[in-house]
Design a protein around this ligand. Structure first.
Ligand code: PEP
Ligand code: MN
Length: 441
């Protein structure tokens, strides 16, 4: 048994495990497994995020809404990583500052749900809560929460993170290679054609760096961090360890974790958990967030005003961000807390089509990011980054983009286990547009 004790607080969105002895067995296994990340790596990320808090870096977070055990193949992980790295180069150029790269990857297996149950054709079953809890198949058997899935989550995360580390440290992600992929996007896709000039400029910049004697080895490695929502406390707590260097607690399931919009209750178990770990952390902030919420979160999660410790991930919706965000920024500005402001333009812009598909329109996503930039410009604060649900595959889940996906296309490749993701082309289109916004500042 771990010697870490936790207060008994209420936790929203937790599965009702049918067999508590089985849960205890799963947790005992998790407690013995090695950490997936090293506390020192988490501290490095905090340092990088401190730059974003100070206005000297931009954060790109991206990946699946819900990873699944079957879909996390090498091809799929590679395509996602490739897309995020392609976006990062473009954003680096637009921002003229470092881009901190964080995947929603290697641990994003638990989902909060707006309803405990799902009804299809008159049959009602427990909702799918992510592969860490139950199965996506709509059968009574598959929807029973199984604690051993937490152990499977650890192993799936370990395998994914191992591949991410191999790709990002082993030369696959060489900057010149990533840029060659971007040139391919620019020359072969309809949205890409608009960005030929920017791609040409990036090419010149890379050639210039090479001509100036930049170390080719420097181009070969990229720092890439893992993140997921710290939702399932039965998973996160057994993977929280005391760092031998400092005596502090770290959640070693991932470099970065965030608390979701539905679980950020100030007196609840999730915020208490986040307050005790020393990882850099995020909190999702929706349109109902009050001044009191913000002040409570700042006090609980960042008592020492540590740069890079706390990120607010705003997810207001395109129609609300310009109205709501200024007040929340003002509340933070009156304190000494150096938060990183990141825009999630996905979760406030979800809608359902007549065919019953959950979708998002690329123009809404881009408009929310634009609103985020406008507000920060007006307030004199730094638009610190974006948080995107995306995949590297050519899925048809979100609508729009030039020559993009229409409502009729949704049935063609609608593969997400939860929320609709931008596909590869939509993601790159977004990145070029955000690079323009960054360059305009
Ligand atoms: C998510 O990030 O997938 C999610 C559920 O977000 P939120 O907590 O902002 O609704
Ligand atoms: Mn989601």
């Amino acid at each position: 048994m771990s010697n870490i004790t936790w207060p008994d607080l209420s936790a929203a969105q937790q599965p009702l495990w049918p067999d508590s002895a089985e849960l205890a067995r799963a947790q005992a296994i998790l407690e013995t497994l090695p950490p997936l990340v090293f506390a020192g790596e988490c501290d490095d990320l905090t340092q990088k995020l401190a730059k974003a808090a100070a206005g000297d870096a931009f954060v790109l977070m991206g990946g699946d809404c819900a990873e699944t055990f079957v879909a996390n193949t090498a091809d799929s992980i590679r395509a996602r990583l490739k897309t995020v790295l392609q976006m990062a180069i473009v954003l680096t150029y637009g921002a003229s500052m470092p881009v901190v790269k964080i995947g929603r990857i290697a641990g994003q297996y638990g989902k909060p749900r707006s309803s405990d149950e799902e009804t299809i054709d008159g049959v009602t079953l427990p909702s799918y809560r992510g592969d860490a809890v139950n199965g996506l198949d709509f059968t009574a058997e598959s929807r029973v929460p199984d604690p051993m899935r937490l152990v499977q989550t650890y192993h799936a995360s370990s395998a994914a993170l191992n591949l991410v580390r191999a790709f990002t440290q082993g030369g696959y992600a060489d900057l010149r290679q990533v840029h060659a992929w971007n040139q391919d996007f620019v020359s072969t896709s309809a949205p890409g054609k608009r960005y030929a000039e920017m791609a040409e400029d990036i090419d010149k910049a890379l050639n210039f760096m090479t001509a100036c004697g930049a170390d080719p080895e420097e181009f070969r490695r990229v720092d890439f961090y893992a993140s997921h929502e710290a939702l399932l406390l039965d998973y996160e707590k057994p993977l929280t360890r005391i760092d031998s260097r400092t005596g502090n607690l770290y959640d070693v399931s991932s470099h970065f974790v965030w608390i979701g919009e539905r679980t950020r209750d100030l007196s609840g178990a999730h915020i208490d958990f986040a307050s005790r770990i020393s990882n850099p952390i995020g909190v999702k902030i929706g349109p109902s967030t009050t001044e009191k919420d913000i002040l409570g979160l700042l006090e609980k999660l960042d008592p020492n005003c540590t740069p890079g410790r706390l990120m607010f991930i705003t997810r207001m919706g395109a129609s609300k961000i310009r109205e709501i965000l200024p007040n929340l920024i003002e509340v933070v500005q009156k304190t000494d807390h150096p938060v990183v402001w990141v825009c999630d333009p996905m979760h406030g812009n979800t809608q359902e089509t007549a065919s019953g598909h959950k979708t998002r329109i690329l123009d809404d996503v881009i408009d929310e990011v634009r609103g985020f930039f406008e507000v920060h410009h007006k307030m004199g604060t730094h638009p610190g980054g974006i948080h995107i649900e995306l995949t590297g595959d050519d899925v048809t889940e979100c609508l729009g983009g030039i020559g993009g996906v229409s409502e009729d296309d949704l049935t063609f490749r609608y593969e997400t286990a939860c929320d609709p993701r931008l596909n590869r082309v939509q993601s790159l289109d977004l990145a070029f547009q955000v690079a323009d916004m960054l360059a305009e500042r």
